[in-house]
Design a protein around this ligand. Structure first.
Ligand SMILES: [Zn+2]
Length: 193
């Protein structure tokens, strides 16, 4: 393998995707002598965190992420100024797997956000838009009224946080009266994702 595979590349059945030293084979792939091949025609999806590689068939109407798509995902980690979001839904379709995207603090809001942890926390469910693809990863933005956290748990006791004041974006815990800040979506708490 001399060429570097990227998410979004179209492959046909039997086409080489990579080797098991670089990727973990997942949906839509098979392995022969340590080489990963496409099982069906579709687009390569590489999760840059888990290194899982899958092939999303285009014929079955499964969701494949594109720039500008709206996605739903869980915050799975925060590193420096970036939150990592495991996307489970693209547009109206749930994925059969998942892939991890990045949300940088500068892409959180049109207002200045000093720290990413004041906008999202691990475990939050977030609605975002895919803004770009760079360095092997989709980058998200939550700039916009309908984008941001749609559901969050109290970081002290684990209860669901309710929206107390839409203007200052404070979320409130009925159980322990903890108050937390997030970049919330305008329909936070509606149960709709
Ligand atoms: Zn609480």
């Amino acid at each position: 393998m001399t060429d570097v595979r990227k998410s979004g590349q179209f492959v046909v059945p039997g086409e080489k995707i990579g080797v098991i030293e670089e990727f973990i084979p997942d949906n839509g792939t098979y392995v022969e002598d340590g080489v990963i091949y496409a099982k069906n025609a579709g687009c390569i999806l590489i999760d840059s965190i888990s290194r899982k590689v899958s092939v999303y068939p285009l014929t079955k109407g499964l969701a494949y992420p594109k720039i500008r798509n709206i996605v739903i995902g869980h915050v799975v980690g925060i590193q420096g100024s970036t939150a990592f979001i495991r996307v489970i839904k693209v547009g109206k379709r749930f994925l059969s797997g998942f892939f991890t995207c990045a949300l940088h603090v500068s892409d959180v809001d049109i207002r200045y956000t000093d720290e990413i942890s004041n906008a999202v926390k691990v475990g939050d469910l977030v609605r975002a838009r895919i803004a770009s693809y760079a360095n092997g990863m989709f980058h998200l933005t939550t700039k916009g009224e309908k984008l941001g956290v749609v559901w969050a748990l109290c970081s002290k006791c684990g209860e669901t946080l309710i929206l107390k004041n839409k203007r200052n974006r404070k979320l409130y815990c009925r159980n322990c009266r903890n108050v937390e800040t997030r970049k919330i979506a305008s329909d936070y708490g509606s149960g709709k994702i």
